[in-house]
Design a protein around this ligand. Structure first.
Ligand SMILES: C[C@](O)(CO)[C@H](O)COP(=O)(O)OP(=O)(O)OC[C@H]1O[C@@H](n2ccc(N)nc2=O)[C@H](O)[C@@H]1O
Ligand SMILES: Nc1ncnc2c1ncn2[C@@H]1O[C@H](COP(=O)(O)OP(=O)(O)OP(=O)(O)O)[C@@H](O)[C@H]1O
Length: 289
């Protein structure tokens, strides 16, 4: 038996940090949405008890460090599954990019194994398991658009934003999420208007969404990697309506409302970055079938 799952990337339209918690994590308030840039996760039963990761990307670990491996291990242990599984990951999402690639692979593995092993778990149950793997995994289990609170694992679904294009540019550096949070000065944060963003999305007000975008981690990563600021400037210059870094970076995304404006932004960025994508937002949430 084999099962295929799509594992889409996320962007953060708004990312606020409220304070640092006793457990070392940061209390966040952020709007996340999935985009049509996805890895492919293929799950194939093995005749012996082993979790095997197959990936041809040299930046992706093929052992217990892989978040998809951790997802399979968690389900196997929790539900006493005595079966082996091969997890084949075809990466399209850049690695260590602020796009939750690894988290989405883990979420896809949870959804796929739920089907393959007939576990009968709901998306809510899978999202709760996902939170044990990483803060972004719960959102990735559902996909769609959501307000995420807590350390990112408490998900409140909201309406999808109006259709638009997203241009992504990833400079050839990887960023450690832990380092970015560590270097954030929580006492000097200029908080974005997350509630306003929820209202703007609800009203399908594209211009207001563009105006209200904000990410408090941006200044930290920009300070560590000034080339990210340069990519932001170029993306604005080539005509994106609004430009921001996603998550802890270093990927920069720009929103473009009209398809006719897309080639200029996309082609302009290709001169600066190896990895440039033009995709649509994915409004729909995942279902279990
Ligand atoms: C930047 C975002 O991607 C925005 O969506 C997330 O907040 C990060 O989510 P993630 O990569 O799944 O993060 P995790 O794997 O849970 O944590 C990685 C590290 O980031 C830091 N971390 C993460 C989430 C959070 N709310 N506070 C934190 O301080 C912690 O040092 C943690 O050890
Ligand atoms: N399935 C996976 N795909 C990519 N990287 C993975 C995977 N599993 C574990 N990793 C490890 O996780 C690190 C971060 O990769 P990932 O692509 O998930 O980062 P990210 O997009 O910045 O995540 P986030 O936005 O959730 O902070 C990589 O350097 C890699 O070593």
């Amino acid at each position: 038996m084999r099962v295929l799952e799509k594992a889409p990337a996320k962007i953060n339209l708004s990312l606020d940090v409220l304070h640092k918690r006793e457990d070392g994590f940061h209390e966040v308030k952020m709007i996340m949405t999935t985009i049509d840039l996805a890895d492919r996760v293929e799950l194939i039963e093995l005749p012996f008890e082993e979790i095997r990761i197959v990936s041809h990307n040299r930046f992706v670990p093929d052992d217990q460090r892989n978040l998809a491996y951790q997802a399979a291990k968690l389900l196997k242990d929790r539900y006493h599954i005595r079966k082996g599984i091969s997890i084949s990951i075809t990466k399209t999402i850049p690695v260590a990019a602020g796009l939750a690639g690894g988290s989405s692979d883990a979420a896809a593995t949870l959804r796929g194994l739920n089907r393959l092993w007939n576990l009968g778990l709901t998306l809510d149950e899978l999202a709760a398991l996902g939170a044990e793997i990483g803060s972004d995994v719960s959102f990735c289990v559902y996909g769609g658009t959501a307000l995420a609170t807590g350390r990112g694992e408490i998900i409140h679904h909201i309406d999808p934003p109006p259709h638009c294009w997203v241009v992504l540019a990833k400079p050839s550096i990887g960023v450690s999420t832990a380092d970015v949070y560590k270097n954030l000065n929580v006492h000097a944060i200029k908080h974005p208007n997350v509630e306003g963003m929820i209202e703007a999305i609800k009203d399908c007000d594209y211009d207001r969404i563009c105006r209200l975008m904000g990410n408090v981690l941006e200044s930290v990563t920009l300070h560590m990697h000034p080339e990210v600021a340069n990519i932001k400037d170029q993306m604005k210059r080539f005509g994106a309506d609004a430009v921001m870094m996603s998550g802890s970076g270093p990927t920069v995304f720009g929103l473009v409302q009209y398809e006719s404006r897309l080639p200029r932004v996309y082609n302009g960025l290709r001169g600066f970055c190896d990895q440039v994508f033009a995709v649509r937002m994915l409004g729909e949430r995942n279902s279990l079938d």
